[in-house]
Write a protein that binds this ligand. Structure first.
Ligand code: ADP
Ligand code: ZN
Ligand code: ZN
Length: 727
């Protein structure tokens, strides 16, 4: 009798045994429907066995095999590694990475997709058929001409209006649609738009990495903003496509995908690219995932979850903005997609390029010590570097937190018809609502945090648990009606700027203003079409965006991060400032970045002035080495939370005692409350474990874990965070 050992989406380490035979002879990797308790569940066959520990009579049967190719062994192996390393149940890790559509017991195979091509009548159309203002029509027509057929997803990527246009053009007899073939032959790389001639450094980078196709070879592409890293990625992908392989291009943020996708399609209209991120519908996600799995999609562009895409012909991995904290998942399976990508590249024997203007110190250290190849792009081929200027604010008069030189700089941009970005990393109107009479401050009842005043909605919001309440009309403690907003958020800055520059068109971009699905794209279009003069935004704007008319970046209040208890704070601040400063002056117009600070002499700002990340990173690394912080040691956090503070601290204290007597090179620290000690009514604390050896730390965690799981931790939720980014 044959037994299939099946992984299910349950929080247990074990696999589950099922009887096979008859019509059902699954192979490892296959998705199957099995009875589980009273449910029917979709699981993945991980291995086959001759016999089971379970008594014959109790063994249940596989009910169905889903109509899908078995998942590749390398995906199971990657998930196995991930599950072991991050100490998270294998079945949950595996199943949660699959599109939800194929996790349904009644899944019946891929839906048919349409693709569109010009009819002979359509081919008669001339490029100037549409006026220049009809940009979408022009782009769509150009895409149809250059790539012969375009798919639904490709059309949508071109513009939200493209599908409707295709419909119209079909009615006009210019376009016809047909069913897409699932495995279309590898399209030749047809370049519609010639890329720029590479600089010497770019060419060197492309040559070095290309020479390592077919082998595991990790590279740090260390290039200032605007130095043409994306161009290097494109050339490498082009070379990979020419070899018939697939490329995975990972970006930290969903908002970066449309821009990159459009740029790619313009250059390589014949190459099938799919983007995978969290904002897709279930159907879209599944369709794209299947295209990747079939080897049909030559390029997968995605956020962190895309590292788990089955890519049968993987030849190249690229992680853009590799320093970005979004690559680390902060809940559930707390994996680092960047680190997993490196593991995967080794496993699949392919080169991996980690690109950044401000590499994570971990990656920088790897490059310095020779574990990664180090490639440099030190100049901007298409623009001069932004000028950075510090504005000392201790003595300066300020209007709503903005100094006169800063306002003057904005004024000049307005006069020249250029755009400014005012950067402040705090959403809302004011971070606190206080009573001037008695000192009361609006506090979230469920969190150890202040409520943030949101002006438009006239509400107080908690940025930790999402709790909202009405703005009180008077102080609940003393009745004083004159409540004040303390400090500054993006809404208040927006309002202040509107008062100072009444004629200017101001656009605020933060998580509040871009919540709706299409709004970010619409905003980007507005910025590009110069319907905006001043942008007010948070870190959402700091990453990778390219706005040709933006020549001024004004950074309002970054000082607080200088005094954070987090040992990574300086690294993060510097990265963020370099990134956001890099938004200025990308095209032919020179850019300027102004930083308002009370501490212009601080070494961080001095390094920023010189735009010398490397020197600064060297210094930070030396300091980390002296004080024994990562990347010179390895850390894990045992995180716990519960309604009772006592229960949390007791749990952690006991966990610490259970670890006593271990003989490895591992240090356990005392439990401490988290930085935000209470969220949504739950007290949170953690215990830090550290070792100078990754292996020792892993062995320690593996032994410790069962002891933790075994203890009846009453109403305490806990998890292990390996290589934590936030303490
Ligand atoms: P990064 O990804 O490093 O921020 P990009 O690849 O976006 O930089 O390049 C920045 C700008 O420079 C883009 O407008 C790009 O078209 C242009 N560019 C890149 N490489 C070259 C080159 N070799 N010659 C001229 N322009 C280039
Ligand atoms: Zn009061
Ligand atoms: Zn709250």
């Amino acid at each position: 009798m044959a037994i299939a050992r099946v992984a299910l989406d349950v929080p247990l380490e074990s696999l589950f045994d099922y009887r096979t035979g008859g019509d059902f002879a699954p192979v490892p990797g296959q998705l199957v429907v099995v009875p589980f308790g009273r449910r029917r569940d979709v699981g993945v066959v991980v291995e086959l066995a001759e016999r089971s520990e379970i008594a014959d009579a109790r063994l249940r049967r596989i009910e169905r095999i889903l109509p899908l190719d078995p998942l590749p062994q390398n995906l199971l192996a990657l998930t196995r590694f991930c599950s072991d390393y991050y100490h998270y149940p294998f079945g949950q890790a595996l199943l949660s990475a699959l599109p939800s559509v194929i996790r349904r017991a009644h899944y019946s195979g891929p839906k048919q997709q349409w693709e569109y091509a010009l009819t002979p009548a359509g081919r008669e159309l001339r490029a100037d058929r549409f006026p220049p203002a009809a940009a979408v029509k022009r782009r769509l027509l150009a895409a149809l001409f250059t790539s012969a057929v375009i798919g639904q997803a490709q059309a949508r990527a071109l513009s939200a209006r493209a599908p409707a246009l295709l419909q119209q053009w079909m009615e006009a007899g210019w376009v016809e649609k047909r069913l897409a073939t699932v495995a279309s032959p590898a399209a030749p790389v047809s370049r519609s738009e010639q890329g720029p001639e590479l600089t010497g450094e770019q060419r060197h980078a492309v040559e070095k990495v290309s020479a390592t196709f077919g082998t595991f070879s990790p590279w740090l592409l260390d290039g200032v903003t605007g130095s043409g890293k994306t161009e290097v990625y494109f050339r490498l992908i082009e070379a990979a496509v020419a070899r018939g392989s697939q490329s995975l291009l990972m970006v930290p943020e969903i908002n970066l995908t449309p821009q990159l996708e459009a740029r790619f399609l313009q250059r390589f209209p014949g190459v099938r690219l799919v983007s995978l991120h969290s904002r897709l519908s279930d159907g879209e996600r599944c369709e794209r995932w299947l295209a990747a799995f079939a080897g049909d999609a030559k390029v997968v562009l995605g956020t962190r979850l895309s590292v788990f895409t089955p890519l049968p012909r993987l030849g190249l991995v690229i992680v853009d903005e590799e320093h970005d904290a979004s690559f680390k998942q902060q809940e559930g399976l707390r994996y680092s997609a960047r680190d997993l990508a490196v593991f995967m590249a080794r496993q699949r024997r392919v080169p991996i390029v980690l690109g950044s203007a401000t590499p994570a110190l971990e990656s920088y250290h790897n490059a310095r010590s020779g574990r990664f190849g180090h490639l440099h792009l030190s100049t901007r081929p298409a623009a001069s570097p932004p000028k950075i200027r510090l504005i000392e604010t201790r003595a300066a008069r300020q209007t709503h937190g903005m100094s006169e030189p800063l306002l003057q700089a904005i004024r000049e941009r307005l006069a020249r018809g250029e755009q400014s970005l005012v950067f402040l990393n705090r959403r809302g109107f004011a971070p606190a609502l206080v009573c001037g009479a008695c000192g009361w401050a609006a506090q979230c009842s469920r969190c150890a945090a202040r409520l943030v005043w949101h002006l438009r909605a006239a509400r107080l919001r908690c940025h930790y648990c999402g709790h909202e309440e009405h703005l009180p009309s008077a102080c609940p403690d003393c009745g004083n009606q004159d409540l004040k907003g303390l400090g500054q958020g993006t809404q208040r800055l927006e309002e202040a700027l509107a008062g100072i520059f009444p004629g200017a068109r101001i656009l605020r971009i933060d998580r509040d203003s871009t919540r709706r699905k299409r709004s970010w794209q619409a905003m980007r279009d507005d910025i590009h079409a110069q319907r905006v003069d001043i942008l007010v935004g948070t870190q959402m704007l700091a990453k990778g965006h390219d706005f040709p008319k933006l020549t001024l970046v004004a950074i309002v209040n970054p000082d607080s991060a200088l005094f954070s208890a987090d040992f990574r704070a300086a690294e993060k601040l510097f990265q963020q400032l370099m990134q956001v400063a890099g938004r200025a002056g990308r095209a032919d117009l020179p850019g300027e970045a102004l930083v308002q600070t009370q501490f212009p002499a601080h070494p961080l700002y001095q390094a920023l002035l010189r735009q010398d990340y490397r020197a600064f990173a060297d210094e930070l690394l030396a300091e980390r080495e002296r004080s024994g912080f990562p990347p010179f040691v390895y850390q894990a956090l045992l995180r716990a939370e519960a309604l009772s503070e006592r229960a949390v601290m007791d749990f952690l204290a006991q966990a610490g005692r259970r670890a006593a007597g271990h003989d490895k090179d591992v240090t356990l620290y005392d439990p401490v409350p988290a930085a935000i000690a209470r969220v949504a009514g739950h007290h949170r604390a953690h215990l830090l474990v550290q070792s100078s050896s990754r292996g020792d730390l892993q062995r320690f965690l593996t032994n410790w874990f069962p002891a933790l799981a075994q203890k009846k931790a009453h109403r305490v939720r806990w998890s292990i965070d390996v290589d934590p980014l936030e303490l």
